[in-house]
Design a protein around this ligand. Structure first.
Ligand code: CDP
Length: 238
């Protein structure tokens, strides 16, 4: 039986889930798990190796070849795919445009969820994604469902890509990709993005990072006694 504390954060693309999840993990001394990075890293492997998503055997064989790890250093998380750091590459448009297809495959989801549940067996975690409060940790004591205006979200992601040196991408392209991903994520058969009945909605269109952090922190405090959130964050691999 799991005794570690899980904060589950779900929501649409680019609505600031990772910003709030990282800040909460830092404040609480928890491990941050970016479940989207796992689906993105699998997608990168599929792209590089031209895995045919329509061939069940090819998908299974590919999954067996993939090893993912997170490394936390200085409160930044880095993900490795078979030992190679891919944190930057998985944010680029080729992966963004294909990840929802890969994430809709049942064998991919089964394997990712298994690994995610294992992480919570040993650590207190903040995990963000699409199905964390519904499928991965339906019994999580704290669940947030995040949303924001689509154009505001596209602008944020565009700014992020530009700040990381991607000068090719246009705002329209980012907006279209985001809309398509929202559609695919909310309408897929396997674990679609939906608000858990017991999740608290946080629309951060007009909130600053500090304001949204305060909102989430108070929510956690209201549900969890302070003495249970005192583990110390260490540099670690998980
Ligand atoms: O960064 P952004 O919020 O746009 O997305 P992400 O969290 O990196 O997730 C990328 C994609 O992975 C999503 O659009 C989903 O298709 C998929 N995903 C999922 O299916 N389940 C999760 N728990 C997390 C991500």
């Amino acid at each position: 039986m799991r005794t570690n504390l899980v904060v589950a954060i779900d929501g649409y693309s680019s609505c600031g889930k990772s910003t709030i999840a990282k800040a909460l993990a830092k404040k609480l001394g928890f491990i941050y798990v970016d479940s989207g990075a796992m689906y993105r890293a699998v997608t990168l492997y599929f792209l590089r190796n031209q895995v045919d998503v329509h061939q069940e055997a090819a998908v299974a064989a590919a999954l067996a070849q993939i090893e993912l790890n997170f490394h936390a250093r200085d409160y930044q998380t880095h993900i490795t795919l078979n030992g190679e750091e891919v944190s930057e590459e998985i944010r680029q448009m080729p992966v963004a445009n294909f990840v929802s297809t890969v994430a809709s495959l049942k064998p991919v989801r089964v394997e990712m969820v298994r690994q995610q549940q294992q992480m919570a067996a040993v650590k207190n975690i903040v995990m963000d994604g699409r199905d964390i409060g519904t499928a991965v940790f339906p019994d999580a004591p704290v669940k947030l469902f995040m949303t924001a205006d689509p154009m505001v979200r596209a602008q944020r992601r565009f700014d992020e890509l530009r700040s990381k040196g991607d000068q090719q991408v246009s705002l329209e392209e980012v907006y279209e990709s985001l809309k398509q991903r929202d559609y695919a994520d909310t309408t897929r058969v396997e674990s679609p993005l939906i608000q858990a009945a017991d999740a608290v909605v946080l629309d951060n269109t007009y909130l600053s990072p500090d304001e949204q952090l305060e909102f989430a922190f108070q929510l956690i405090r209201s549900k969890q006694p302070a003495e249970e959130v005192t583990i110390t964050y260490r540099d670690t691999t998980y």
